[in-house]
Design a protein around this ligand. Structure first.
Ligand SMILES: Cc1cc2nc3c(=O)[nH]c(=O)nc-3n(C[C@H](O)[C@H](O)[C@H](O)COP(=O)(O)OP(=O)(O)OC[C@H]3O[C@@H](n4cnc5c(N)ncnc54)[C@H](O)[C@@H]3O)c2cc1C
Length: 391
């Protein structure tokens, strides 16, 4: 694939980066884009296509190779998720959540947990779900109420509570659940790996929603769920830190999926203005639309550049990585939503029609301004760091 097809001018990317992006874009063009509307209609994930993606290394992008992962960087991941987002932002975003779960086990898990869970997560035979949000706590995640009580004999915890809006719930096999083991606030939270089928764990009805329709969103209901002590992820009381460190990369990926979806909408718009005529000439002759297209492309390049910088900061474990990830998520998801909105307008009535694919991207990208920390919470993170004196 030419780099132009990805919509980038990667003067600062290596040959390897370009190859990775090209592989992911080919997968998006051949495997995701053709099925996107069908999966939206079916309201569920295309499990076979996900397994096929895992064969290309998308099931454990930054999981170590010794556990079946691809051992790639966050910058590589940003390139992959942009490319996947051109085919289907909804499925691409779910692959991002799955990768976040696999990375958390690879990074914070015991050898036994890695050996047990990573081989089938990286092949995507088993899917992952990330369970932080509750019905009464989303942005204020540290206020979560789900309890994990250590049994008197110390062999297991008993989890009781509910998790709200969980992507992949009911379809996934491995759930990382944040629950309270101690004091109120972030320091009393621990993380647990809970498998589908564990007694006492059930799922709510599939939510009907604006976007991300091709992936199920359900509540996870926990009623006295016995979780062996060896399934606690990390130390007791470290669950909130683990959950937040997973989100840094998740935010980059969601930003990248947004850029990919918007890139698709831009490419469609460029083709449309050339072929559609009004007032006796192609729409492309109208300077207003030329300026709209110029702004769309410029905003995407700016978003892409910030996202790559944030990804490099995360790879380097730089002090300002969290700050840059929040900036990149906020900027990329806002810019991409605006591009999708403009693309819909450029397509006129056809933009509102499902078969053109633009209205789906518009809806999927709108979700990205809310999930993985809302864009207001991104501003909270950025402002907090600014006022602390960090860059
Ligand atoms: C389709 C979908 C899939 C999801 N998947 C998952 C998942 O897999 N796992 C998971 O754990 N969660 C998931 N979520 C939950 C998502 O992360 C939360 O919805 C999000 O964090 C916002 O929380 P909330 O809905 O409780 O909104 P609230 O926290 O109630 O916020 C409401 C509004 O107030 C604003 N606000 C809140 N606090 C502040 C503040 N301090 N300053 C300024 N503004 C503020 C918010 O930005 C928002 O605009 C999903 C959500 C959706 C819609």
């Amino acid at each position: 694939m030419s780099t132009e097809a990805l919509g980038t001018r990667p003067f600062d990317l290596s040959e390897d980066h370009r190859d990775i992006a090209a592989l992911a874009r080919q997968f998006a063009d051949e495997q995701l884009a053709p099925g996107a509307l069908e999966w939206e209609h079916a309201k569920d994930l295309p499990l076979d296509v996900l397994k096929l993606g895992a064969e290309s290394g998308f099931g454990g992008i930054y999981v170590g190779e010794e556990h079946g992962g691809s051992g790639l960087t966050r910058l590589d991941a940003a390139l992959i998720f942009e490319a996947l987002g051109t085919g289907d932002p909804s499925v691409a975003a779910y692959i991002s959540i799955h990768n976040m779960v696999a990375w958390m086990i690879d990074t914070f898990g015991t050898d036994a947990q890695k050996t047990r869970f990573l081989p089938t997560l990286t092949t995507m035979e088993t899917l992952g779900a990330y369970c932080l949000t509750e019905s009464s706590s989303g942005s204020d995640a540290a206020a979560l109420k789900t309890r994990a009580e250590l049994a008197a004999d110390g062999t297991h915890y008993v989890l009781t509570g509910e998790k709200q809006f969980i992507s992949g719930a009911g379809t996934a096999g491995v759930y990382i659940i944040m629950a309270r083991t101690g004091v109120p606030g972030p320091k009393g939270i621990s993380a647990f790996i809970v498998e589908d089928g564990t007694a006492g764990m059930e799922y709510g009805a599939a939510e009907k929603k604006l976007g991300w329709v091709a992936q199920p969103t359900r509540a996870v209901l926990l009623d006295g769920v016995r979780v062996p002590v060896e399934n606690r992820l990390g130390e007791e009381g470290k669950g909130f830190n683990i959950a937040m460190s997973g989100l840094n990369g998740g935010r980059l990926n969601i930003g990248a999926c947004s850029i990919g979806g918007a890139q698709f909408a831009l490419e469609k718009s460029l083709a449309y203005v050339r072929e559609r005529e009004a007032f006796g000439a192609p729409l492309a002759n109208l300077q207003h639309l030329q300026f709209e297209l110029a702004d769309m492309a410029t905003d995407l390049e700016a978003a892409r550049t910030l996202l790559w910088r944030a990804a490099s900061a995360l790879d380097a474990k730089a002090d300002d990585a969290t700050q840059l990830c929040a900036m990149a998520k906020r900027f990329a998801t806002d810019a991409a939503s605006s591009v999708a909105d403009k693309a819909l307008q450029i397509h006129g009535g056809y933009g509102c029609m499902t078969e053109y694919g633009i209205e789906k991207v518009f809806r999927d990208l709108r979700v990205h301004q809310v999930v993985e920390g809302t864009n207001e919470i991104m501003r909270v993170v950025i402002a907090r760091n600014l006022l602390k004196g960090a860059r």
